[in-house]
Design a protein around this ligand. Structure first.
Ligand code: MF3
Ligand code: CO
Ligand code: CO
Length: 265
């Protein structure tokens, strides 16, 4: 499948969906506390999307080939869980690091974004992993520009992760997004600069590196969804949906509560 170049109208639709996705994270942030369950966060986000925003939670019943329908409205992945963690009734603990991944649908357009949250006082190693993964995402965004290639994004992310002693998850990647949740291209978070498809203004895709403190290998739990590090090392992820503009790349999933890009990147 070829990469869709979005029209100005489609870009406006995506701007709105993406801002709303980010605003779900702003809304839920004060509730992300030790003792709270991810099932409760799921309920809060679900109700906010439907009743306040008038958006739909794209994950709910999402069923790509080979998967059972996803049973919740958000993904919540804690500690060694890499992605697609299913919210549950276990209270979050002091020192946990949790990724909340939100995708809303507004007027048929998808906005996809995730952030990391630190519960209480995580270890220095955990905080460093979260910070380096945030830098990886932003280095990837800064590497994306018209006339450049998809491989530029993966190469810069991989270099930064590995320089810090971490590994990049290979099995999951960023993706084109628009009227579909997942469309072309696949945006690998590793690879070689100056390879892959040329980037053009009007392309919209996510950059969502999953970075492991230990080895890159993954396992999938028997729930059919939750992806964990095989060596049970910590994993972190951040995600923005980005638009290729005439001069670079613009993160669309920004809101009042977004953490600003790291300095010097
Ligand atoms: N939001 C995820 C992504 O970034 C996809 C989640 S699919 C689900 O692509 F079914 F697990 F929700
Ligand atoms: Co995504
Ligand atoms: Co996502």
């Amino acid at each position: 499948m070829s990469i869709i170049i979005k029209t100005p109208e489609e870009i406006e639709g995506m701007r709105l969906a993406c801002r709303l996705g980010a605003e779900v994270l702003d809304y839920v942030t004060p509730f992300v506390q030790v003792g709270v369950t991810t099932a409760e966060l799921n309920r809060l986000c679900h109700d906010y999307m439907l009743n306040v925003q008038g958006t739909l939670p794209a994950p709910l019943n999402y069923a790509p080939a080979g998967h059972t329908p996803y049973p919740a409205s958000i993904c919540a992945s804690i500690n060694h869980q890499i992605c697609h963690g299913i919210p549950n009734e276990r209270p979050m603990k002091n020192g946990d690091i949790v990724n909340l991944d939100i995708t809303v649908i507004k007027d048929g357009f998808h906005g996809d974004t995730s952030r990391m949250f630190l519960l209480g006082e995580p270890s220095i190693q955990a905080k460093r992993l979260v910070a380096v993964t945030f830098e990886c995402m932003w280095l990837g965004i800064r590497a994306a520009r018209p006339g450049g290639r998809l491989g530029d994004i993966g190469a810069t992310i991989q270099k930064h992760a590995e320089k810090n002693g971490y590994s990049v998850v290979r099995e999951f990647c960023g993706h084109g997004i628009g009227r579909s949740f997942h469309e072309a291209p696949q945006v690998l978070h590793y690879g070689k600069a100056d390879t892959g498809e040329e980037l053009k203004p009007g392309m919209i895709f996510t950059i969502e590196p999953m970075i492991n403190a230990g080895k890159a290998a993954i396992s999938t739990l028997s729930d059919g969804w939750t992806v964990v590090t095989r060596d049970r090392s910590l994993s972190a992820q951040w995600e923005h949906t980005v638009l290729i503009t005439e001069s670079g790349a613009e993160a669309l999933t920004l809101s009042a509560g977004s953490q600003p890009p790291p300095k010097g990147i």
